[in-house]
Design a protein around this ligand. Structure first.
Ligand code: X2X
Length: 339
């Protein structure tokens, strides 16, 4: 322990002066722990960039003792596949939407209820506070490790190849891709649309072949996954917020020495905060880029969509599923929902 700490100090001083690649191998030999981290984000997405930074820091701070290799962009499969790998222990770490994880731990989709959060301030208060704590508690008991800081996915907008979504009526019978999660399907069914559950790694081709007309995602995902090549319109519906939970296989993580666990957690959490900052102000720049690619934007009235969800019994149904207690925790941050 002492030796490691003093090496780290030395490394810190030298690394600050100038980068010395050879120094990373000062310990010599193979890494003591080799693990994998996987995500569903393209190379240029802040998730991939910040996750790479985190694993690089972990490698450096342990003098090469802990090597986590990043597999971005669905290299290890779609989210559903990666989640089974994570659960079995074949994969050690992944970032995943809590809504997709809800096929395993139903409570983890609660933050994605339509039109619940007015903005990021309330989102991060909730996810860093009691709501996030409630979700993380359930996931922890289900055999996964979940790191404290949730990363940002973003507020979601609808893109389309056929027509813009101006009013809820434009969604009637609308063929839209949604991620694999009961909450998403339920919400678009409540709008009267025809949702199809498709993993993100198949979205581009589903749009290209017109299997579906549209999809919904934060602008940063529409841009980095180049969905503008196969979509024309973006309707700024901002219908829900989604985040990425940083997950680990529970058994595997618990078997690591405490100092390694702590170092991994500190680095993932710190990079998560950096990633939030990257995403926070990205919408304006992303919109400009997407407009340059020929996409046409419109701003629908969110209230009209919320009213449809109320009338369809969407909020009442999900309140019952999550339970009044969990719903009350959500409402502490969002104010009354669905009234
Ligand atoms: O699948 C999606 O649409 C994505 C990338 O936003 C999620 O991870 C939920």
């Amino acid at each position: 322990m002492v030796r490691l700490a003093s090496r780290r100090l030395l490394l810190g001083t030298a690394a600050a002066a100038l980068p010395l690649p050879g120094l990373l191998r000062a310990r010599g030999g193979d890494p003591e722990f080799e693990m994998k981290l996987a995500n569903d984000n393209p190379m240029s997405h802040p998730n991939t960039i910040r996750q790479q930074e985190a694993v690089d820091r972990i490698y450096k701070d342990t003098n090469g003792r802990v090597k986590i290799s990043l597999f971005p962009n669905n290299q290890l499969g779609g989210d559903t596949d990666m989640l089974s790998q994570l659960r079995s222990g074949a994969l050690e770490f992944m970032s995943l939407s809590g809504l997709i994880l809800s096929t395993y731990t139903p409570i983890s989709s609660i933050y994605g209820i339509g039109y619940a959060f007015p903005g990021y301030k309330q989102v991060w208060q909730a996810m860093d506070g009691e709501l996030g704590g409630l979700i993380r508690g359930v996931i922890g008991k289900a055999g996964l490790h979940v790191f404290e800081k949730t990363w940002d996915n973003g507020f979601r907008e609808i893109s389309s190849s056929t027509h813009p979504i101006r009013t809820p009526a434009d969604l009637l019978g609308y063929k839209i891709r949604v991620p694999v999660s009961p909450l998403w399907t339920s919400m678009f069914e409540a709008f009267g649309a025809a949702p199809a559950s498709i993993n993100f790694n198949e979205v581009y081709s589903a749009l290209q072949t017109k299997l579906v007309e549209g999809q919904e995602n934060p602008l940063i995902n529409i841009e980095t996954a180049k969905l503008y090549e196969v979509q024309k319109y973006v309707s700024m519906t901002r219908h829900m917020w989604d985040g990425y939970l940083m997950l680990g296989n529970g058994r595997n993580f618990a078997s690591l020495p405490a100092d390694v666990q702590d170092l991994i957690a500190r680095n993932f959490n710190a990079s998560g905060e950096d990633q939030r900052a990257d995403c926070a102000h990205s919408d304006g720049a992303m919109r400009t880029l997407l407009e340059q690619q020929g996409m046409v934007f419109n701003e629908p009235d969110p209230e009209a969509f919320r009213q449809v969800l109320i009338k369809a019994g969407f909020y009442a149904r999900w309140k019952q599923k999550y339970g009044a207690e969990a719903w009350a925790v959500l409402e502490k941050y969002t104010g009354p929902i669905g009234g």
